[in-house]
Design a protein around this ligand. Structure first.
Ligand code: A3P
Length: 390
């Protein structure tokens, strides 16, 4: 596999200069943000304050202006209120426990595999519940490795299911299997239009969850995932420098390339391979790439509509494509997703580009991913289609 920089005739030193200036810019931004947060033991302080102070925003559940959309329905407001309460309770529990914000854990009793799990997740409780109470069979499930287009796909699926290209203010996290406790997930059951989300590796997910619902698995070039996830982590460390010390990109890269226990929800290679391998024999799992969605959104939205059994009339499909474009979602959703400011400010709709890795990965890092992907493809009975250039 040849490096893209070689293919483009691009001089590696240019890449390195761009990479180092991107990283320098990021470190400067991080420093500013940390300076702003000079009292920024955010998570650790908030129980003293009775509310959360983050980047100057107070989150106390009522007056924070988290969502001030006049048009929000009562259902949306209730969902948000429940979400805020849950988030606050989880953050307070983490702060009070004094434990690490993330640690490697077994997800399934008796299975030796460990993955890194954020302490605010209620993943074990929910997985146990899912064994007895599967997701409604009329719902859809969006599965991704982190930073692969989850918000985008969730929005598309919700619009298709309700047959209307309109967005709502319900936080995606409410529909997240690993984040929401069973009671919150039940409250998300909107009948036929329900759409759930997860990053849980397939080996840990009860089979009924993905084979009795229509599942859409979205994957993305691991190099872009690595960069996007880096920014996600950086913002977590801005919000909570004690729990997440500043992370140089090179250090983060090694975590990304490392085993499951150094990565949230396991490592990328296992995650994608396992869903891909299962999709070959389970027609309930549709695989879609982020890059295809960028290149030909109408085609991919149509595939998704057909897979989940939604209406696929041309008008609706076109409207959904428009309403879920990066610019529409950044404008429409980012403003309403201020609940995420606590830890993930600005990372959910960051650039939305294909190939940002070229500004971040060194030649050696890029080559290491190429080699890993090559070896990984050789192990597969059928290679995973990768439409992106590595
Ligand atoms: P970048 O950080 O590369 O910009 P997730 O939703 O799984 O957390 O993924 C977040 C990534 O998807 C971010 O990538 C984000 O910008 C991108 N994204 C979000 N909405 C998008 C959209 N409508 N179109 C394209 N990319 C989108």
């Amino acid at each position: 596999m040849k490096l893209l920089s070689d293919k483009m005739g691009c001089n590696q030193s240019t890449v390195d200069v761009e990479r180092s200036s991107s990283i320098q810019k990021l470190n400067a931004e991080k420093k500013n943000s940390m300076d702003e947060n000079s009292n920024s033991k955010v998570i650790h302080d908030h129980h003293k304050n009775g509310g959360m102070k983050t980047n100057g925003h107070h989150m106390n559940g009522h007056t924070n202006g988290v969502i001030s959309n006049k048009h929000s329905s009562k259902h949306e407001e209730e969902c948000l209120e429940r979400f805020r309460a849950h988030l606050m309770a989880q953050l307070q529990a983490v702060a009070a426990s004094g434990g690490p914000p993330m640690m490697p854990q077994p997800l399934v009793e008796g299975d030796p595999r460990l993955v890194m799990v954020p302490a605010i997740f209620t993943v074990k409780q929910t997985l146990a519940e899912l064994q007895h109470t599967p997701l409604p069979s009329s719902s859809a499930l969006i599965v991704t490795y982190l930073k692969s287009g989850t918000h985008w796909a969730w929005e598309i699926v919700k619009m298709l299911k309700k047959g209307e290209a309109t967005t709502d203010n319900i936080p995606k996290e409410m529909a997240h299997i690993e984040f929401s406790p069973p009671s919150a997930l039940k409250a998300m059951n909107d009948g036929d239009s329900s759409a759930y989300v997860t990053h849980i590796p397939i080996w840990a997910l009860p089979k009924s969850s993905y084979s009795q619902t229509k599942t859409v698995y979205v994957y993305r070039n691991p190099k872009d995932v690595c960069v996007s996830l880096y920014y996600h982590f950086m913002n977590m460390s801005n919000a909570n420098p004690e729990g997440f010390p500043p992370l140089p990109f090179d250090h983060f890269f090694e975590m990304f390339m490392g085993p499951s226990e150094t990565n949230i929800m396991g490592n990328w290679f296992d995650h994608v391979a396992d869903y891909w391998d299962n999709h070959r024999t389970d027609s309930n799992i549709l695989c879609v790439t982020y890059e295809d969605m960028k290149k030909n959104p109408l085609k991919e939205v149509t595939r998704i509509a057909q897979h989940i059994g939604a209406q696929d009339n041309d008008d609706l499909l076109q409207q959904v494509v428009k309403a879920t474009s990066f610019s529409s979602m950044k404008k429409g959703k980012e403003a309403s997703e201020t609940h995420l400011e606590i830890v993930f400010k600005g990372t959910m709709y960051r650039k939305g580009d294909v190939g940002d890795w070229k500004n971040h990965l060194s030649e050696d890092q890029s080559r290491r991913i190429d080699e890993r992907v090559e070896a990984w493809q050789k192990e597969r009975a059928e290679q995973v289609p990768l439409i992106f250039e590595l």
